[in-house]
Structure formats: structure tokens, C-alpha cells
Write a protein that binds this ligand. Sequence first.
Ligand code: URA
Length: 241
Amino acid sequence: MERLQKVIAQSGVCSRRKAEEWIQEGKVRVNGVVVTTLGTQVRPQDEIEVMGKILEKEELVYFLLNKPRGVVCTAKDEKGRKTVVDLIPTGKRIYPVGRLDYDTTGALLLTNDGAFSNLILHPSSHVEKVYVAKLSKPLSKEAIFQLKRGVLCDGVTVRADRVKVRKIHSDGTCIVEITIHDGRNHQVKKMFEAVGVLVDKLKRERIAFLTVDHLKSGESRPLNRKEVHQLYALANQKEKE
Ligand code: URA
């Protein structure tokens, strides 16, 4: 289910604000009935008519991007900076599924499928994300234990499913792999901060079964149908657990 004004805006006929105006002015019908309530939920199979014209459903698209450093993770930036959407060769109104920080690199999904995005981002969806972090100092056994047991992040306890030290450098910095299920803003940095370590560099290596191994920095590829189905199945299945 999606909000009516969002579905109209996503079809490309107008902005969300304009869609809201038209709904309130009685210019929108759902399955033949005028709807004037903002936020009315519609299903994919509902027929939406805007100013007498049946809305053509936009083809749903899904991309995997290897996000470079120095690009903002939003559809439009007020400061005019380059966004992740600028890197995807599509005319469709896509947006990122969740956030990677300005200085974080790696795997990022983008789509115009709101239902998919909601499902993947839902706190109970449990799609696994694997990050590799360069840390300012070695990670003690106690810190690893704490990360797995749970640390406070914005007042909520979050846990790492796995933490693995990959490398310890002679200057004291180290490379650590951390796997999490949820996706709060700045979560990985905050988790390490909670155990007294700063993150110098961060890359998301994997989302579920998707890696960016074959994509150069800034490159993207469309997901195939099987991958989209697999992601839907994974998110749905975990949600029921
Ligand atoms: N956690 C962070 O701290 N930053 C990101 O970009 C992603 C996860």
C-alpha cells in the first residue's frame, strides 16, 4: 500500500505538492470514486484517474550502485551537490533505499518502488548488511563482545550479528568487518563510537547477496528480476519470523 499523492507523483504527471492540491480539489478518482482525503492508501492494482486520465503505472526499476565518497545520498540536494541519483542512467524518478553517509562508499540500492523500499528498510526486515571499517585503533575482545551483546544508538539497543578483525596495521589502525541487520542513520559509526573507537573509513561491502565487486566506484547496474524477487522474499520471510 502506498499513499495516493506519492503514487501520482511517482508516475511523473506532477509533483507531490501538486498531487495533494488536485486530490483536495476533487480531481482524483480511485476505482471510479472521487477521493479528497490526503494520505489515502492505494494498492498496486487500484485504478487511479487524474483529471479524467487513467494513470499509467511507471515501470519499476532497481539499481545497485557502488557509491563513491563525496556524493550525497538523496534524490535532490538543496546545496546543489552531486547526488547518488545523478550517477544512475535513468529518466525515472528513483531514490536511494536508505542512506550511506557522504564519506561512506559501497553498495547502495536505488528504486522507484516504494513498497520495496519500505520493506527493505523496515526495522524488522532484517536484510543483512556487511560493512568494512578502518578504525583509529585496535578493537579489544571486550569491545567486540559489547558490539555483539548490544550498544545504545540514539537510545535504542542495536547489535552486531558478526564482528571480525580482518587486519591489524603496524600504526595501530585496523580493518574490521561488521554485519548488522538494521539501518539507523550513522549506525556503524555510532556503534564503534559507543565502544570508544573512531571510524576513519567505511564501506558497505554487501547488502544480502549483493556485492559491488564487479562495479567500479560510481558505477551501477540494474538488478535482474530474480534478484528483485529474492530480495522481496528475503525481506518478507524475515518480517514474519
Ligand atoms: N553506518 C554509518 O555510520 N554510516 C553509513 O554510511 C552507513 C552505516
